[in-house]
Design a protein. Structure first.
Length: 152
């Protein structure tokens, strides 16, 4: 079990937190598409080439799931997370192709204590996913519920 190292009080507006990176392999793109988003542009080269994406491309949902994995591995697994009430913005800005290396960051936009639940704080965060060239492929804004540090 991972030890909690970050509570609500440990986040500051303006803080940019690197979440890591991952290469998008052909096998992973095809596997995800077959299981969850079996559209032609995600299933084979011909379907990708015939699409607006120009080549075989990862599903936007695959990119979002990759962000979630990076978020858990890079921060959430050692944070006193209490979940999320939802996502305000989710945009796929650029296709993700085989071999792209995606890197993610979380920027803390706002941190406020809950007025109705003293146990938790609310973090509004902007998640940016960029490819190996620095081009943004995904933008997500979400609210995170983080436990406040226990008082002795």
């Amino acid at each position: 079990m991972t030890q909690t190292t970050r509570y609500f009080e440990d986040f500051s507006p303006g803080e940019v937190i690197p979440l890591g990176s991952r290469e998008m392999t052909r096998e992973a793109i095809l596997d995800f598409a077959r299981k969850y988003d079996p559209q032609p542009m995600h299933l084979d080269d011909a379907g990708g080439a015939a699409s607006l994406l120009g080549a075989l491309a990862a599903s936007g949902w695959h990119t979002a799931c990759t962000l979630m994995r990076l978020f858990v591995d890079g921060l959430l697994s050692h944070t006193a997370s209490l979940g999320s009430p939802g996502i305000e913005t989710l945009k796929w800005l650029k296709p993700v192709h085989v071999g792209d290396r995606l890197s993610a960051t979380l920027t803390v936009m706002e941190a406020r204590a809950s007025s109705s639940r003293p146990r938790l704080g609310l973090i509004e965060g902007r998640f940016d996913v960029v490819d190996q060239n620095g081009a943004r492929t995904l933008l997500m804004v979400a609210t995170l519920m983080i436990e406040r540090r226990p008082q002795p």
